[in-house]
Design a protein around this ligand. Sequence first.
Ligand SMILES: Nc1ncnc2c1ncn2[C@@H]1O[C@H](COP(=O)(O)OP(=O)(O)O)[C@@H](O)[C@H]1O
Ligand SMILES: [Mg+2]
Length: 302
Amino acid sequence: MSRKIGMWLYSNSGGDKIQDKIVKKLKEREIETITDINLRHAVAKNGHILHDKLKVDTLDLFFSYNAGEQTQYQVFLYQALNRVIPMINSYDSFALTEDKFQTSFLLRQNGIATPSFKLCHRDDTQHLQTIMKKWSKMVYKPTDGWGGVGLTKIENQATLDMLLPFLNQMDLRFFYVEKFIKYDNTDFRVDIVDGEFVGCYGRKASKTDWRTNVTAGGSVFLREPEDKVIEIAKKAAKICGSDIAGVDIIYDMEKEEYVVLEVNGIPAFATPAQEKLGLDFNKKKIDLIVNMIDRKTKKSKK
Ligand SMILES: Nc1ncnc2c1ncn2[C@@H]1O[C@H](COP(=O)(O)OP(=O)(O)O)[C@@H](O)[C@H]1O
Ligand SMILES: [Mg+2]
C-alpha cells in the first residue's frame, strides 16, 4: 500500500466501532491507517514529529477526531504538523471553531445570523452595564467551552453586579457575551462533511435548564430540518473551512430567523443508544469521510 494515514479517534460511546469501519473502508481503497496517534505522546525532534518510531510528518494525512478539548501541547503539535501534511480538520479551521468569538465574528462578517454578541476588555465592565440595559437578558460564554459548561444566563442588572466580582477574580483577558435569544428550548445539530449534508437531530433542554446540551440534562430527538437550516449549516461549515462540522442552530422567536450558536469541529457520531432511537447517519458520515480522505491523499501524492 502506498498511501498511509494517521488517525486519532475517540474510543468511547461507540467510537472504537466507527474507527474499525473507517479503517476497513480505507483498506479497500488501499489506504493504510495507523490508529491511536495521540500527539500527547509525540515528540518533535529537529525536522520530524515522532510517535513511537513513526515519523508522523511523513504520513499522507492525519485525521484528528478526539476530545473537543486538547491540551496546549497537542494543539501546538497540530499546528506544526499541518504545515507539512494535510489534516482533517485543518489546523486553521480547528483553531477557529475552538473559539466561539472568532467563529461568530467570521460568520457575521459573511452574512450568517448569530445571536448579537459583544467582546470587551476585562477592564471595560461599564460596557457590560450598558449592554445589559439594551438587551435585558444576556449569556456570558467562555469562548473555548463545550457541553454548556460555564455558560451563565444574566437575567437582570442585579445578577450582573453580583457576577462581576467573581468574573474579575478569574483573571480573564476579556468578556464575551451574547444576547439571550428567546427560543423554544430546542436546537438543531446539523452534521456536514466535505460540504455535504450528513444528518440532523434535535436536542431539547430539560425542564429545569435553558441549555440543550446533553451534559446539561438535554435529550436528543429525531428532527427533520427545513432546507433553510441545511443551507445555513453548509454555509457556516464552508466559511469556517471545516471538512467536518456539527453546526448548532436555534430559532430566534423574536427576529423570526435561524441563528448559528457555534460550529463544532469534532461532532460525535451517533452513539449506539442514539442509533436505536433512529439516528441513522453514521454510515453516510463514514462514507463521506472515507471519500474525502481518498481524494485528499491522491492530491498530495502528485
Ligand atoms: N445566546 C443564547 N441564547 C439562548 N440560549 C443560548 C445562547 N447561547 C447558547 N444557548 C444555549 O446554551 C447551549 C450551549 O451553547 P453553545 O454556544 O452551543 O456552547 P457549548 O459549546 O457549550 O455547547 C445551546 O445549545 C443553547 O441551548
Ligand atoms: Mg453547543
